[in-house]
Design a protein. Structure first.
Length: 163
């Protein structure tokens, strides 16, 4: 499918489900892997992942299009267009859009846990995905000082477990 076909598809979905025209540009972006699509608030353009269409089919892609059109139409109406807004959540349900797209096979969504904060007093462990300055924090259990270690911790370990 070409960008021009996607443009017509989005225009058709916009008129059918929202009763409003889509007046901006739509295109495929093959770099999108962990997200199904993007809406740009400055240009009002929409990008869709071609991988979602290839892997999950046109039904899932249309749900992604509806999701991005919810952002688009609410933003243009100066209503709550962000994921946390009630207007957005209500419109998602009304048009049958999905809140999250299906994950593509082989694509990791979460950062691996690379760091570990360890309390010097009680030994409590706090797995971290990003480097953190331990001087800014204290242990949640005993308020002790924390020390940062660069260690690979299994993703199944949760914050707050002790070793």
């Amino acid at each position: 499918m070409e960008d021009q076909e996607l443009q017509h598809w989005i225009e058709r979905v916009s008129l059918t489900y929202f009763g409003r025209p889509f007046l901006h540009q739509a295109s495929f972006n093959p770099r999108l892997r962990t997200t199904g699509g993007r809406y740009f608030t400055k240009s009002h353009n929409i990008e869709i992942s071609p991988h979602q269409l290839a892997v999950n089919g046109p039904e899932e892609t249309e749900a992604i299009i509806k999701h991005e059109l919810c952002h688009y139409h609410l933003h243009l109406q100066k209503r709550g267009y962000q994921h946390r807004d009630a207007d957005f959540k209500q419109l998602l349900v009304a048009v049958g859009a999905t809140r999250h797209c299906k994950a593509l096979p082989g694509v990791a969504r979460r950062l691996p846990i690379k760091y570990l904060l360890v309390c010097q007093s009680c030994g409590m462990n706090y797995p971290r995905k990003r480097r953190t300055d331990p001087r800014k924090y204290a242990c949640g259990r005993c308020k002790g000082k924390l020390k940062l270690f660069h260690a690979q911790v299994e993703p199944s370990d949760s914050a707050g477990s002790s070793s």
